[in-house]
Ligand binder design. Structure first.
Ligand SMILES: *Cc1c(COP(=O)(O)O)cnc(C)c1O
Length: 498
């Protein structure tokens, strides 16, 4: 098996192991870690079709995390993908209408972030042991809603770790906020910020890169790591479910091994879809990745024009986990289509931070043919949710709704009938108000919990444990701060006084 090392998209070409990259999260130079080459799937698609989720995840992840022993990796996988998930299949693939839906929301927080965040704490503690780290790992995270809760659930009370989550106050759904502020665990700290997600993300990135803060933490026997989607410890587990989805279609006789499929991915930070792209570069037969944006359609414009431009109004939509103007993981793709040039990538990222935009050259654009960018307006999303419900009885959440609506537009524009897997990223229960009012606007008069009952009645899908749990849980976190006060809050929680 090929040994894979990781280097920064803004670095000097020096390389570190997978476990070191997982511990660091973000490179010191501000770049993202990328594998120095992409391994090939070494096992036939027919064989994969006979495996269960854990076995597929193992076969995919071992190719990337080459300094983990088989035993270590199996330990991580077995502890992550267990009865926390409410189905043995972990990520069921169903036929709904004329497409397949891969449900990535059966974990403890009912959104796709669980797919990676239920394994990250295990990858990280194993990585710490491998590298003789004795400091506590402090997870510092900005969230647009779902990462925060999934990371809190994953890290709560894990020995040797602490976790601090910042979320945009007023920028997440009521259910999302309740899930976070009721989080148990003495090592957890949740803060609402008076700003949007990008403000939170930028401040977190700045803290990561601040050498004096690093010194202060070290004095407290602590060090930062990131559970954000930039960590390769999140990216790698996500590659697995693309291979899994494909193998299910083979298993169920929907396609023959080798046939191409399309994936439709509701996108924000570009982490989920990038994992799929990596799977295709490993040899998974994919025709197109349909990148679905909401009204914050930076990525749609980028794929259409080659210009990435975040200078625009930030729109709060009913798919808040995709309300993002800086798609961090796109940097990995930009680096790749710039011929793996750190210099060129750095120039684009400098331009992004100074001018809010960059434009890639024609020869780089030519390498984006695997992607199709689309977007759905709030109206198109709501109409699509209603229509899918009326035609099939199936109710999607608002993020998956964006993907569905974009897929419809894609088919009518291109006529492409390649079998398509729509990646479903959240349970409708997580966004019950938006979902139910899309189906019937009159339901807006109901309170959040009555809406949940109504969703249960209409969908015939059991109310998930994650939702039942918050109904009478105590609020444990009520800190709110300005953007400029975030660092102070971190120091306070860690007991750092200057
Ligand atoms: C995070 C999230 C997304 C966006 O995923 P990215 O990897 O950031 O592109 C989409 N839907 C839901 C429900 C999410 O939580």
């Amino acid at each position: 098996m090929m040994n894979i090392l990781y280097k920064s998209t803004r670095g000097d070409g020096s390389k570190i192991t997978a476990s070191q990259a997982i511990l660091k999260g973000l490179s010191d130079d501000g770049g993202l870690f990328v594998p120095d080459s992409l391994p090939k799937l070494h096992i036939s698609l027919e064989k994969l079709a006979e495996m269960d989720y854990r076995e597929v995840a193992f076969e995919v992840m071992r190719l990337f995390l080459t300094d983990f022993t088989d035993q270590e990796l199996k330990y991580c996988i077995d502890n992550a993908y267990d009865s926390k998930f409410d189905t043995e299949e972990i990520a069921p693939v169903r036929k709904i209408g004329d497409a397949y839906i891969m449900e990535l929301f059966h974990g403890s927080t009912i959104a796709f972030k669980d797919m990676a965040l239920s394994i990250l704490p295990y990858l990280m503690t194993v990585a710490a042991r491998k590298n003789n780290i004795t400091n506590d790992i402090v997870i510092l995270t900005a969230t647009s809603g779902d990462t925060g809760k999934a990371a809190l659930a994953g890290f709560a009370d894990v020995p040797g770790t602490k976790i601090i989550v910042f979320y945009p106050k007023g920028g997440v759904s009521r259910i999302q906020e309740l899930q976070m502020v009721t989080q148990k665990g003495a090592n957890t700290f949740v803060v609402g910020v008076k700003g949007n997600f990008d403000d939170c993300q930028s401040a977190v990135k700045k803290m990561f890169n601040d050498p004096s803060l690093k010194e202060l933490l070290n004095g407290k026997k602590c060090q930062f790591s990131s559970a954000n989607s930039i960590n390769i410890g999140r990216l790698v587990p996500q590659i697995a479910y693309y291979v899994w989805a494909y193998s299910r279609l083979v298993k169920n006789g929907e396609i023959k091994a080798g046939d191409k499929v399309n994936f439709v991915v509701p996108t924000g930070n570009f982490g989920n879809i990038l994992a799929g792209f990596y799977a295709s570069l490993m040899g998974l037969p994919v025709n197109r990745f349909i990148c679905a944006s909401n009204e914050n359609k930076v990525l749609y414009d980028f794929f259409k024009t080659g210009v990435y431009d975040k200078n625009r109004e930030f729109i709060l939509t009913s798919s808040p986990s995709m309300d993002i103007l800086i798609s961090s993981n796109l940097e990995r793709l930009i680096y790749m289509i710039s011929g793996n040039s750190e210099e060129q990538n750095k120039a684009f990222m400098k331009s992004l931070s100074e001018n809010g935009r960059y434009e890639i050259p024609e020869e780089s654009r030519a390498q984006l043919s695997a992607f199709y960018g689309g977007f759905a307006s709030e109206e198109e999303n709501a109409e699509g949710i209603k229509e899918t419900y009326e035609q099939t009885g199936y109710i999607t959440d608002t993020h998956t709704g964006v993907a569905n609506a974009v897929y419809k537009k894609y088919v009518s524009e291109t006529g492409d009938r390649t079998p398509a897997v729509i990646v479903s990223t959240a349970s409708p229960y997580k966004f019950s108000r938006a979902v139910m009012t899309a189906i019937d606007p009159e339901l807006d008069s109901l309170d959040d919990f009555a809406l949940i009952d109504e969703l249960n009645r209409k969908s015939n899908v059991d109310i998930p444990k994650a939702v039942k749990d918050i109904i009478d849980a105590d609020i444990r976190h009520d800190t709110v701060c300005e953007i400029g006060e975030m660092e102070q809050k971190v120091k306070g929680f860690l007991g750092i006084n200057e």
